[in-house]
Design a protein around this ligand. Structure first.
Ligand code: BES
Ligand code: MN
Ligand code: ZN
Length: 479
């Protein structure tokens, strides 16, 4: 169900009242005693029904003034969408005016994102889906056109996140590389970006030995997608986005244990984040040209699967000895980074569910970031902080490169036991053109969650879409 989010001066009759309450205002709230008794403390995103002037009213906590940031509004929006899913229309009061120093457009965008994200469910495979019936959200307040257009942008971005979630949540048996390519073509036609699909013949002609090597154990052919979007006005340069698109990662002959394999339908979370970001570009209109490079395959164990010890030749000519077929993401990204490099962009950002080691290092809700340009790293960090997606820097020391030395090829695809996320990063770096600022975002942790929050359901989160969109919006050519 898509909702409308509208700024109004006065709520229409029949809409259930939702009232924001800050920690400060809670002290004087008419239902203070009742609310306190139920455990409500006006924390961000807490909700509770209370008796109102015209039937029940939903109260949503906004926390103390000093702690409120953009993400508080996203969380509150998500909580409202959850708590009001049985309503048809709601009118949200006393929220917009609590932004303090935060710009009204930032407040409006974050609130709208939360309202859409909180209503998300993956229902495609339920015979009797429990859909939210919430169709109309009025937000009562001032701000005029600027706030309304912030709502519209927030909605477009959140819908793009939901597209990425649907892709991550779809099982690997149906979201195969050809199916994902088809879906992306449809999205491109509907939302205004170009999609070029390379099949096995073109992939062979391009000598993408990493992608072909990983695909070798599969009965399903690979795809390589090239996405492109250009701004209507002036452009500050060309940013290339690369996303890991392993539609199912069994580990290949280095087979994963059963428990670790279930989540691997989501091993295309990086590709989903890039596709999602493209879906929002027309609405956001960043002042950069954007290109996308998505290698798509599953990683299976068929009779002619890549064997340990096999040597693959990546499209830039470098050779890789495969010591572990479960380190497949870097093999397909090698081809994609080589292709992105050949097209000479001003910057490259890749997003990938690349290593369990990144989760060991940072926990499961931070993405690891590393790269070759402090300026671009800073921009990625700032973008992610602004949109409430958590990232944290990891080192990329060249002296660890010897971990990847091979006796018979230019490198092998795994290193030692320690620093696995960085070793993977050093592998990728081999395929990024000298002098092109590059950042790698390892989203193995935050691409999926095991517990729902007010803005995400269990499983696919669409992590990365918001950071990428914000990065493009604020992008400056790094020094
Ligand atoms: N797709 C996995 C990484 C992953 C693990 C993502 C858990 C999300 C959750 C990747 O292809 C992989 O298997 N990596 C190996 C690398 C190792 C063989 C060097 C890993 O992390 O164990
Ligand atoms: Mn793997
Ligand atoms: Zn993988």
């Amino acid at each position: 169900m898509t909702v409308t989010i509208e700024l109004v001066k006065e709520a229409s009759a029949g809409a259930m009242t939702v009232a924001g309450v800050t920690a400060e205002a809670f002290e004087d709230h008419p239902h203070h005693a009742l609310l306190s008794e139920s455990g409500f403390a006006a924390k961000v995103g807490e909700t509770q029904m209370v008796p109102g002037d015209t039937g029940v009213e939903l109260v949503v906590g906004l926390g103390p003034d000093a702690e409120r940031d953009a993400d508080s509004f996203r969380t509150a929006g998500g909580a409202i969408a959850r708590a009001a899913k049985k309503q048809q229309s709601v009118a949200v009061h006393d929220v917009l005016e609590t932004g303090g120093e935060i710009a009204p457009s930032v407040v409006g965008q974050a609130l709208a994102e939360g309202l859409v994200l909180g209503g998300y469910r993956y229902t495609a495979l339920k015979s009797d889906p429990e859909d939210s019936s919430l169709a109309s959200i009025e937000v009562v307040g001032k701000g005029g056109k600027r706030v309304q257009s912030a709502f519209d942008v927030g909605r477009s971005i959140a819908e793009a996140v939901c597209i990425a979630r649907d892709l991550v949540n779809e099982p690997g048996g149906t979201l195969t590389p050809p199916a994902l390519a088809k879906k992306t073509e449809k999205l491109g036609a509907a939302l205004g970006f170009e999609v070029t699909v390379l099949g096995p013949k073109e992939i062979k002609a391009a000598k993408m030995g990493g992608l072909l090597g990983v695909n070798r154990g599969s009965d399903i052919p690979p795809r390589f997608l090239e996405l492109s979007w250009k701004p209507e006005g002036s452009s500050r340069g060309v940013v290339a986005l690369v996303g890991k698109g392993v539609t199912f990662d069994s580990g290949g002959l280095s087979l994963k244990p059963s428990d670790g394999m279930l989540a691997m339908k989501g091993d295309m979370g990086g590709a989903a984040a890039v596709i999602g970001a493209f879906c929002a570009l027309d609405a956001v209109q960043p002042r950069v040209e954007v290109r996308g490079y998505l290698p798509l395959t599953d990683n299976m164990t068929g009779g002619d699967a890549t064997r340990l010890g096999d040597v693959l030749t990546i499209s830039n000519g470098k050779t890789v000895e495969v010591h572990n077929t479960d380190a497949e993401g870097r093999l397909i990204l090698a081809d994609a980074l080589s292709k992105a490099t050949a097209d000479e962009p001003d910057a490259i950002v890749d997003v990938a569910t690349l290593t369990g080691a990144c989760m060991v290092a940072l926990g499961d809700n931070h993405a690891g970031i590393m790269g070759t340009s402090d300026g671009l790293l800073e921009q990625v960090q700032e973008a992610s902080a602004a949109v409430g997606e958590k990232t944290w820097p990891l080192p990329l020391p060249q002296e660890w490169r010897s971990n990847l030395d091979s006796e018979i090829a230019d490198m092998k695809n795994i290193g030692g036991r320690y620093g696995g996320a960085s070793i993977a990063g050093l592998f990728l770096k081999e395929f990024v053109g000298e002098g092109i600022p590059w950042v790698h975002i390892d989203i193995a942790g935050p691409a999926f969650v095991s517990k729902e929050t007010s803005t995400t359901t269990k499983d696919g989160t669409g992590f990365g879409v918001r950071t990428l969109v914000q990065l493009l919006k604020s992008y400056k050519r790094p020094r």
